[in-house]
Design a protein around this ligand. Structure first.
Ligand SMILES: CC(C)(COP(=O)(O)OP(=O)(O)OC[C@H]1O[C@@H](n2cnc3c(N)ncnc32)[C@H](O)[C@@H]1OP(=O)(O)O)[C@@H](O)C(=O)NCCC(=O)NCCS
Length: 172
């Protein structure tokens, strides 16, 4: 069974393990994953095991950014990534942005399937290896992808959550 919920402090060691196994997700510290207003981490639990997470920044109600997304390699291609993204989108009313490496085709396919479209590039945004970033956007009034089925428990939205996560800027 898939459960999506807000992250807790006790999740952090497991989230760091998932990050270490997911270099495309960028480098984030334990501090980045700690609760802080305006940030949010949604955890995906599959059959009671923490299997993935989404980290987002929500500075204002009308705009949010997905900072990173990672699924344990042992649990990929089972819909967790898409459920995390689309459930997050359903908590938002305005634009949602993210950056992704042009070489990260798996993530791009997922985001495209979830309703994101390219809106620009950031030259030389990533390091090691150096690469531009594609900026993707999903939002504004209009159709959103249907909620994942079965509908997991929805986490709180960034704007209303006091125990959301962290601050930090990750440089991949
Ligand atoms: C990208 C990532 C989060 C996807 O998680 P996931 O749980 O495996 O994704 P899903 O099972 O929800 O896949 C949804 C869709 O995305 C696309 N997709 C996902 N992984 C893919 C892959 N390896 N190759 C091609 N398409 C892929 C497919 O269209 C897939 O639908 P399908 O399985 O019906 O074909 C995961 O591969 C990951 O953690 N990668 C490393 C970290 C990363 O790249 N994060 C994104 C940073 S911007």
């Amino acid at each position: 069974m898939l459960l999506l919920r807000d992250a807790r402090e006790s999740d952090i060691p497991r989230l760091m393990e998932i990050l270490e196994a997911s270099p495309e997700a960028g480098r984030w510290s334990e501090t980045d994953l700690r609760p802080k207003p305006g940030r949010h981490v949604t955890v995906a639990e599959l059959d009671g095991q923490t299997a993935g997470f989404l980290l987002a920044a929500c500075p204002i109600a009308e705009e949010a950014e997905i900072l990173t997304l990672a699924v344990d390699p042992a649990h990929r291609r089972r819909g967790l990534g898409r459920a995390l993204v689309e459930t997050f989108l359903h908590t938002r009313q305005g634009d949602v942005f993210l950056e992704v490496r042009p070489s990260n085709l798996a993530a791009q396919k997922l985001y495209e399937a979830s309703g994101f479209a390219p809106t620009g590039t950031r030259p030389r945004y990533y390091r090691s290896p150096d690469e531009d970033a594609l900026i993707l956007r999903c939002g504004g009034p209009g159709p959103r992808p249907p909620a994942p089925d079965p509908q997991p428990a929805s986490p709180k939205s960034c704007a209303s959550s006091a125990d959301v996560l962290p601050s930090a800027v990750a440089e991949e």
